[in-house]
Design a binder for this molecule. Structure first.
Ligand code: IMP
Length: 196
């Protein structure tokens, strides 16, 4: 069975393919099908945005479509940057600029609690949908640490490990991360759905 993954990111395609191959599911990119779908992420939650993307790609391709949305939610910033994590500070910033801005906005804050969240949605041509979510709790560091990962990884501290996501190996991060958890939950949901 062929599914489309709504992403331009080859890393995400590889990750999803690896976890779903055991279910007899092949995952392809929209580009491989010659489809370009630009979806405005107008949702107020990760789950809403993931579903918007999954439904749009399903409609454009006629195939079941999977999409994800994720971000960092900081308690002291009322849950921000949240669904705006990728756009925090505007278009001109790169990953480093975004986490530097976050540290700046957290200056003097003693409440450092934060979590990463990831939602995965799947839309089928007959209107059926599936969703799965994952969350990883932690804290915002006072300075960046580690070179690994991407995005806000160097400033996201995992208290149990005393390290930031940026200091973990890819395997260590996957075992506890919001995306790892959401992917495993989604794989189970899909397996149950396909058995029906
Ligand atoms: P998207 O879900 O690919 O749109 O990612 C949203 C944004 O959230 C990314 O651009 C990152 O800034 C941030 N983000 C999501 N997951 C992670 C993570 O595992 N580490 C660091 N940043 C992340």
């Amino acid at each position: 069975m062929r599914f489309v993954l709504a992403t331009h990111n080859p890393g995400k395609l590889k990750e999803m393919s690896a976890i779903l191959s055991g279910l007899g599911v092949e995952v392809v990119s929209p580009a491989a099908l010659g489809i370009t779908v630009d979806v405005e992420e107008t949702g107020t939650t990760f789950a809403e945005n993931a579903m918007l993307k999954a439904k749009a790609v399903c409609a454009a391709s006629g195939l079941p479509a999977i999409a994800d949305d994720s971000g960092l939610c900081v308690d002291a910033l009322n849950g921000g940057p949240g669904v705006y994590s990728a756009r925090y500070g505007g278009e001109g910033l790169d990953d480093k600029g975004r986490y530097a801005l976050l540290l700046q906005n957290m200056r003097g804050q003693t409440t450092r609690a934060a979590h990463f969240a990831c939602a995965i949605a799947c839309a089928f041509p007959d209107g059926d949908t599936l969703t799965a979510e994952g969350r990883c709790d932690g804290a915002i560091a006072f300075a960046p640490m580690g070179e690994g990962g991407f995005g806000y990884d160097p400033v996201f501290l995992v208290p149990d490990k005393g390290k930031t996501f940026g200091q973990l190996t890819a395997e260590e991060k996957d075992a506890i991360s919001h995306r790892g958890k959401a992917l495993r939950a989604f794989s189970e949901e899909l397996a149950t759905y396909l058995r029906k």
